[in-house]
Design a protein around this ligand. Structure first.
Ligand code: SAM
Length: 391
């Protein structure tokens, strides 16, 4: 789409008259800072609000007229209207004056390059698995609807990058010349598993073997096919339950370098964390979700009455239980020799599942007394991770 303004000059825009391929019935963008827009969109009776970075708006505008046949763009100086006929002919009007007729394929003027984020997998660099998973085109252009996924993948790689020298150095000391050993528990469609493999092996030239485990047979089969299609020889997948895998592999195998477990539901995270500790994982990156265990247990036990106000309101009890669970997990890892942090994975706008537990084995590796004992006794519940590591 070719209109006479740059993306960073836009203060607001409305997109209506959706085509069959439109992701929403109507979309409104409003500039909220130099680099971002609020995006309000409607699909049937549902309304959604999101925050879009300027790079995502750029990507979306490139062919927005294919999704919306009536577009109004406001800048400080002018109102630009872009109308697309059923036959795909696009007409651009500025303040009601007809100025141009452009073909739908022509590009919107891009924002200056210094606005583009410095991603580990940058836009414009074609990455085979991202192309095959439909995140980007063969030329490396990220599809607008996949921009959040693209951002999440890059954010996750930053976390891996932060701990990389720790795990590579420790591995080289202990097992020189051998591949890193990494497991992704509850890998699902494995966007992040592929991303880690690509980053380590293809971009950094580090030897690595990554194993992804998930309950879903069809998903695992698709992942294995994709790994073969990409020529990612060191990436393997299997179908199974994390708890069973832990039981079957107790005491087996060389120490692990990294255990990843992102959004594995409820106590599946605990089995993955327990496995990591038991197999001496050098580092752990975990984003828990669906932390139901404590919330359910607190309905049955008699916790310290000081907690009553926190447990009185259902929504607060649920969130408190989820946060307390992750704090106790973090403290349990600390007690087992890890330097542990709780970090924000991606902002709340995109998902409430946003606490990342990052744990790296301490040099001394000894047990550490943590401050969680009083909290645990106030709750009166022993959580799965503590129970597994006590056995
Ligand atoms: C929300 S998806 C997340 C996928 C991926 N880790 C990510 O963050 O994009 C959660 C995945 O965990 C898997 N999962 C949940 N419980 C599991 C268990 N006990 N054993 C193995 N996989 C499990 C589910 O099948 C699902 O594919």
């Amino acid at each position: 789409m070719n209109v006479p303004c740059t993306t960073d000059a836009i203060v607001g825009a409305t997109f209506s008259k959706p085509s069959d391929t439109a992701f929403a019935d109507k979309l409104k963008l409003r500039k909220t800072s130099a680099d971002s827009f609020s995006a309000d969109y409607f699909k049937g009776p549902k309304a959604f609000r999101d925050e879009w970075e300027i790079a995502k708006v750029d990507a979306f505008l490139t062919d927005a007229e294919k999704q919306f046949h009536a577009i109004t763009i406001e800048t400080a100086e002018k109102t630009i209207t872009v109308l697309t006929s059923r036959k795909g002919k696009t007409t651009v009007l500025v303040k009601g004056r007809k100025t141009a007729s452009a073909s739908p394929a022509t590009a919107f003027t891009k924002a200056p390059h210094n606005r583009v984020k410095n991603y580990i997998l940058p836009e414009g660099e074609s990455v085979p698995f991202l192309v095959k998973l439909g995140v980007m085109t063969a030329e490396g252009k990220v599809h607008a609807q996949k921009y959040d996924k693209f951002r999440q993948i890059n954010r996750f790689l930053e976390f891996v990058d932060d701990i990389l020298s720790d795990i590579v150095d420790a591995h080289e000391d202990a097992f020189p010349g051998t591949p890193l050993r990494i497991i992704d528990f509850g890998c699902g469609k494995s966007y992040l598993t592929f991303a880690v493999y690509h980053y380590l092996v293809v971009k950094k030239g580090i030897q690595a073997e990554i194993f992804g485990l998930d309950l879903k047979k069809d998903v695992i089969e698709a992942c294995a096919k994709l790994a073969a299609a990409c020529g990612y020889d060191g990436l393997r997948f299997a179908c199974g339950d994390i708890a069973d895998y832990r039981a079957e592999n107790a005491g087996q195998g060389a120490p692990l370098d990294l255990v990843i477990t992102l959004h594995a539901c409820d106590t599946a995270t605990d089995y993955a964390l327990a496995f990591a500790v038991e197999h001496g994982a050098r580092a752990i990156l975990s984003v828990p979700c669906c932390q139901h265990e404590l919330n359910t247990a607190l309905g049955r036990t008699a916790p310290d009455e000081a907690l009553n106000p926190l447990l009185k309101y259902g929504i607060v009890k649920e969130r408190f239980s989820a946060l307390a669970t992750d704090v106790i997990r973090a403290e349990t890892l600390s007690a087992h020799g890890y330097k542990t942090q709780l970090l924000e994975f991606i902002d709340m706008e995109h998902t409430p599942k946003n606490i990342l537990i990052r744990a790296v084995k301490r040099e001394d590796s000894g047990s550490l007394t943590t401050g969680a004992d009083a909290l645990k006794s106030a709750l009166g519940v022993e959580l799965t991770l503590e129970r597994l590591l006590r056995q």
